[in-house]
Design a protein around this ligand. Structure first.
Ligand SMILES: [Zn+2]
Ligand SMILES: [Zn+2]
Length: 649
């Protein structure tokens, strides 16, 4: 039977049975055939030289596309494993997927890899690539695969987990095995594919580092050694990526935090628990002040709730059913009552709502809290402030009538964008997650909420993607992502509609007709976690916070001891104008003091010497500028600094 393929331009073309992606690409053009790494038919990827199993919409995958890069990275992981097994006779291999911007492979061997090992492995990989070994697909039964991989316990475990009944009848009829593997030279690995046609297509591969990992990510299972690498379609792209990595490394908040004396994670506290030092604490206070100010401006009331509650509450809310793994274990009180530390604030706010008989006239009721919450994140995923075990949510819960949903959601999105813009983010993207197969609430209500969320995104001119069916069972949501100064995407804010929790807590309001109706809830976090948001800000600004957020806005540096008194007078005067000013009276040279202030990313350094004392002036150096302005009057400095330090609103 001929195969019908639809090209991206919509035209349909007929090919003989047994045609490969390469044949198709060649029939379109020799340049395309040369650039092709694989083909996609109706969303399924095929190796370039593998006969297509049927027709559909055709896409030729070239190396600079997302799919193409994925294939390059995945194929590089094979070559990595091939090199390691060749060089280390006691090594066995586990899994090696492509990941964002690269790939890794996990190995078990008697000792950790050293940097010298990585060099040797990279050299061996280069040889394999130079040999241009073809990747060959092999189909086998479970039994055959168990023989081939008999010496490799992790592979054996994967093969044993394959359920032959999951194979579709068509594949079995075509003589395809239950297990597919890929072979290049003597090396064979379990894999679904696809791969580059041959190793020579890997033009720019680099190993980055090694680290410990656990089999299946489970700390109770075998300890493995993971090697990370990256692969790109060209040396140029690889170099650009390495440069981005170095830039990210310089901005890493885990490095800048201690360097700028912002925060630390003392071992004594335990994994993922942070203490904020004085300067980090000041930035945090400013963020929280801004959060409270904006919440008030948008019509929210501030409420407060405790850090823990009886287990029954979490049973009613459903957290113990679907979120227990994310919660700290129970602590027993009063001999029999279990308590849990809170992972979220939602149930508390519902109880505040329920504490009074509510009328339709009072709605919407908007409750906000900067609440410390605790989550039992696995130690392997804890990552500085970005993923901690204790953090503070700028959480809010709105209770509204059905006829208010549209307006409320538009307001929430406006709030979120205002918040993000105030912190210097300009570039937004959103995901809209819609109704999954299993859901609570009425279909109509879902549809209404989804179209309202979408309309709000359109009105705000935010590019968005619809994640069809990806919503939580209790309601649709919007996640807002930002791009930081070096182009990385971070998920920040969430607006989540909830039809379930009002039901669980049986809350209602009195309608105009004296009936009872259930309100709809909207959960929203603008920063998400204050800790995480701060971590992202540190990286976005590389520690050089904008003036309004800078913990110290200006440092006064006297040239010599005899200028100390004037320096202190000046600082006092500027502080009286509301500025955060430090004086550096240490026994060091002016040059050293200026360097220190710049290292700490102070927005302004005010140097004072003899002339300044005499004329009531200062030497002003602003961050990012190489030269000083001499003889600026105190009034001028005060005016300029207070102007620059103005709050975003
Ligand atoms: Zn593979
Ligand atoms: Zn909530």
């Amino acid at each position: 039977m001929p195969i019908e393929l639809t090209y991206p331009d919509g035209s349909t073309h007929s090919y003989e049975d047994g045609t490969t992606g390469f044949d198709v690409a060649s029939s379109i053009g020799s340049r395309l055939a040369k650039a092709a790494l694989a083909v996609k038919v109706d969303g399924h990827l095929f190796d370039l030289h593998r006969p297509l199993s049927g027709g559909g919409e055709l896409e030729v995958v070239t190396d600079s596309s997302e799919d193409g890069r994925h294939i390059l990275r995945h194929s590089s992981a094979h070559v990595l494993a091939q090199a390691v097994l060749g060089l280390f006779t006691d090594a066995t291999f586990a899994i090696g997927p492509a990941i964002t911007d690269g790939f890794y492979y996990d190995f078990s061997l008697s000792r950790p890899f050293t940097p010298e090992d990585l060099e040797a492995i990279e050299k061996r990989m280069a040889e394999i690539i130079a040999q241009d070994q073809p990747f060959e697909r092999v189909e086998m039964t479970q039994e055959e695969a168990l023989v081939v991989f008999a010496d490799h316990p992790f592979k054996t475990e994967i093969i044993e987990a394959v359920d032959p009944s999951e194979m579709d009848a068509e594949s079995l009829a075509n003589g395809l095995g239950e297990v597919s593997a890929y072979k290049n030279h003597e090396f064979v690995d379990l894999c679904r594919g696809p791969h580059v046609p041959s190793t020579g297509r890997l033009k720019a591969v680099k190993l980055l580092r090694s680290a410990g990992a656990y089999w299946r990510g489970d700390e109770n299972k075998a300890q493995l050694q993971r090697i990370y690498g990256t692969a790109w379609e060209s040396k140029k792209e690889l170099d650009a990526y390495i440069e981005r990595l170095e830039e990210a490394e310089k901005r890493d908040h885990r490095r800048l935090g201690p360097e700028l004396d912002l925060f630390s994670f003392p071992r004594e506290l335990g994994t993922g628990l942070v203490v904020w030092h004085a300067e980090g604490g000041m930035v945090r206070k400013l963020m929280e002040d801004h959060s409270r100010r904006l919440h008030e401006a948008y019509g929210f009331d501030h409420v407060f709730s405790p850090h823990l509650a009886k287990e029954d509450l979490w049973e009613t809310s459903g957290h113990l059913d679907y979120y227990a793994d994310g919660m700290y274990p129970a602590m027993e009180m009063d001999g029999h009552q279990n308590y849990r530390v809170k992972p979220m604030s939602c149930p508390f706010h519902v109880l505040i709502y329920r504490s009074n008989n509510r009328s339709y006239r009072e709605l919407p009721i908007r409750l906000a809290e900067l609440a410390a919450v605790y989550r039992n994140e696995r130690s392997g995923v804890v990552h500085g402030l970005l993923r901690a075990r204790g953090f503070t949510q700028d959480d809010s819960h709105t209770f509204c009538r059905r006829d208010q949903i549209a307006e409320e959601l538009a307001m929430h999105l406006d709030f979120v964008l205002t918040w993000l813009r105030d912190f210097g983010f300009e570039d937004f993207e959103a995901d809209l997650s819609t109704r999954p197969d299993k859901f609570v609430g009425e279909v109509d209500l879902w549809g209404e909420a989804e179209s309202t969320l979408e309309a709000a995104l359109v009105a705000a001119e935010i590019p968005y993607e619809v994640a069809e069916g990806e919503g939580a069972f209790y309601g649709p949501k919007i996640d807002v992502h930002v791009r930081d100064a070096i182009g990385r995407r971070w998920q920040m804010s969430t607006i989540q509609v909830d039809f379930a929790l009002p039901e669980k807590f049986d809350i209602d309001y009195v309608t105009a007709g004296d009936g009872r109706e259930r309100p709809v809830m909207i959960h929203s976090a603008k920063a998400g976690s204050i800790e995480r948001f701060f971590g992202v800000l540190v990286e976005h600004y590389a520690g050089a916070f904008p003036m309004w957020l800078a913990p110290v806005q200006a440092t006064v540096v006297p040239v010599a001891d005899r200028h100390d008194e004037y320096a202190q007078e000046l600082a006092t005067e500027l502080r009286a104008a509301g500025l955060r000013v430090a004086t550096d009276l240490a026994d060091a040279t002016v040059g050293e003091k200026i360097r220190k202030a710049l290292l700490h990313k102070r927005p302004a350094v005010l140097v004072v010497g003899d002339d300044d004392v005499e004329n009531r002036t200062v030497g002003l150096r602003l961050r990012g500028e190489d030269t000083d302005e001499r003889g600026v009057t105190v009034a001028d400095v005060r005016g300029r600094l207070t102007e620059a330090a103005r709050l975003p609103r």
